[in-house]
Write a protein that binds this ligand. Structure first.
Ligand code: G
Ligand code: G
Ligand code: MN
Ligand code: NA
Length: 254
């Protein structure tokens, strides 16, 4: 409860930060970044979203926080659109179930785009399987409305829930993101290797881009690359970092 009160103050007191983690393509070029929330707590130091996102979700604080992240990402996209070396990059934003389920979610995204002047095609929303599978019809409707504006969708942590192929086929997705737990052991666990190969093959056959997260070693990268994974994200390339450092990297990896 202490932390929950602190979190309310964090929102008001501007203690939340947006970090950016590079995403690279098969040629080793930066194609965008995932925005990851950080909490600069005055006493505790940097608090991980793993700790405070669940709390924020339980208390509805995820709504103002999620909106703030979305607006920040859109402002960043608008700023990048003015710079030749950054204009083609996309930003991926994590969307929590509660946020997505808001009746005015589509309107919130539209407004964030319109207010900032962000190019909608550069905005990618990351949904999880649990978000997508509860109320599938409503999910598809919302995704379709946003896609009509150019917004793209990634299925985050793919493989941890259980999306049936039937739903996967119907959802207007652009990308599958392989959960880092599968990536971790691909070079020494034959089951994980098989799962990852299957996800990549399935994504490709459905016409979806496939990105792997948690890529930490050249061996993991090589395995993924060999099996047709399109994009990569992980400590091998860059940690999540503040915007200035992220921008320098994004330009350097151009
Ligand atoms: O950055 P890190 O690996 O510590 O993130 C931990 C978890 O917090 C991840 O599951 C990530 O999806 C989630 N997370 C990070 N930023 C956001 C955000 O802006 N919104 C939501 N809903 N989740 C986030
Ligand atoms: O759930 P989501 O995929 O949104 O969260 C990604 C989380 O993974 C973030 O908290 C991020 O800090 C973390 N992360 C990013 N790259 C790596 C990596 O290479 N290894 C590990 N262990 N974690 C990573
Ligand atoms: Mn994510
Ligand atoms: Na993920």
């Amino acid at each position: 409860l202490h932390l929950e009160n602190d979190l309310r103050q964090a929102i008001a007191g501007e203690q939340l930060r947006l970090f950016y983690q590079l995403q690279v393509d098969g040629q080793g070029r930066a194609c965008g970044a995932e925005v990851l929330l950080r909490w600069q707590h005055p006493q505790r130091g940097m608090v991980s979203p793993g700790e405070f996102i669940p709390l924020a979700e339980a208390s509805d604080l995820i709504l103002p926080i999620g909106l703030w992240v979305l607006q920040g990402a859109c402002q960043q996209l608008h700023a990048w659109a003015q710079q030749p070396h950054l204009a083609a990059l996309s930003i991926a934003v994590n969307v929590s179930a509660k946020q997505f389920r808001q009746p005015d979610f589509v309107q919130q995204v539209c407004q964030a785009i319109a207010t900032s002047g962000a190019p909608a095609q550069r905005l990618k929303l990351e949904l999880t399987e649990s978000v997508v599978l509860e109320e599938v019809e409503n999910t598809i409707e919302k995704m379709a409305q946003l896609r009509a504006l150019g917004v793209r969708f990634s299925m985050d942590d793919f493989g941890t829930g259980y999306s049936s192929l039937q739903y996967l086929k119907r959802l207007p997705l652009d990308q599958l993101k392989i959960e880092q737990g599968f990536v971790r052991d691909i070079t020494n666990d034959s089951n994980d290797a098989a799962i990852v190969q299957t996800i990549i093959a399935m994504g490709r056959s459905l016409g979806l881009e496939v990105i792997a997260e948690g890529v930490e070693t050249p061996a993991q990268h090589a395995f993924l690359s060999t099996h047709g994974c399109d994009l990569f994200q992980g400590y091998l390339f860059a940690k999540p970092q503040p915007i200035d450092q992220a921008e320098r990297l994004l330009q350097a990896w151009h």
